[in-house]
Design a protein around this ligand. Sequence first.
Ligand SMILES: [Zn+2]
Length: 463
Amino acid sequence: MNKLLLKNGKLVDDKGIYKNDLLIEGEKIVASKKRGSFSSLEKDSKLEFIDLQGKYLFPGIIDAHTHYSLYSRGTVSADDFYKGSIAAAAGGVTTIIDYIDFPEDGDFKRAFKERSKQAEDSIIDYSFHQVIEDFDQNISKKLEDLKEIALASIKIFTTYKKAGYMLDKELYADLFKRLKELKILPTVHAEDDALIQELEAVYKKRNLTEPAVHPAVRASLAEKLAVIELGDAALKTNIPIYIVHLSSADGNQAVKYLREKGVDIYTETAPHYLMLDNSLLKGEDSQLYFMTPPLRSSYDNQKLWEAVSRNEIQIFATDHCAFTKEQKFQSASAFDILPGIPGTETLLALMYSYGVGRNYISLEKMIEMLSVNPAKIFGLYPQKGSLQVGSDADLTIFDPDLEKKLTADNLHSAAKYSPYSNFQVKGYPVITIRRGEIIFSKKSRAEKGSGRFIPAQTSSLFS
Ligand SMILES: [Zn+2]
């Protein structure tokens, strides 16, 4: 069994920032003690060690919202589980939570098997959220299979009715009741479809289809309306609810209103809703900044940062859905451009430089949002998201002084572009360790397929 000593690091987790040395055996952290405690072990010729020279040591970063190999409109997203996981590892990410498409017949076991087949090339660990598009007696019965598969959460859409993804609102009450029985967390893409369809008709009728109309058609009001409706339904059932990719000040206001009413509501936001604004949809390359929900105004960016500062948002995740420029430029219509951008690789570096670096959050808080909370909320804690003895040795070594200009050339996504090109960052992950193995250090060092499915326990939000 390999033995690895990580010494002279600054550890950051939910216990704070502290100077311990970590001993790893095989895949696990087996000891954590004051600096120098293991110096007698260094004579052991079988022990490898890394002198961190004061760099940070984080529990491996978790991106709780990714879409590798996503089939959409006759094409597939550019990052499959192999390429995507290399890019993730380069960015200090050791676990992702991706999605399983809805099986119409409710055969969740088969759907899991099929998705797992695609995921088995991953070099990092993974879990899934199960998409639910319909609810009847059959689905209700079969939902219990998710417990056996060991998934902690499902995802519903309040939009994309025309594409068939939307779950009818009349079904919220029964679905939530069943999820509560099973202790499965509902996560939601919240945008009111009826409002969007009306706005879409208005813009289409006038032939206004340029990308810059996307934020007007998918107005932040639509996010607010959907969030409130979901919150009310969750309150009636008394179940926790989690909103994915919250994008707007309006949306966050709705969340605050619901919390005051007693709704147990949690949110995730993505770096692009904090750092990019809709003026980018007016440029030549507007397609490269196109996703759903759309980019909002710089006012929204600011309001969401403030919400982060006030601990109103629990998780940073990316909604990573990488398409190549070629795929993005296939259309110039706001009603047709493939939505999605790459994000996992730049998640940690951006949140450190622009979140911690600009004093919106403390370093400990950032690690809570990037590792501890996703692990707890999606049932992977303390196997993941922790530097405790007994946890998986998933570790991100982070150099706070390393300065870098992000470019397509120094990033690894098969998108081969980044919406953050030319962003300057100070602080960057330098070594990524997954279950005791160095998987990324300047380049990928992991074997294809060395990542693994991590069975989830019940979400911490039910306790
Ligand atoms: Zn998504």
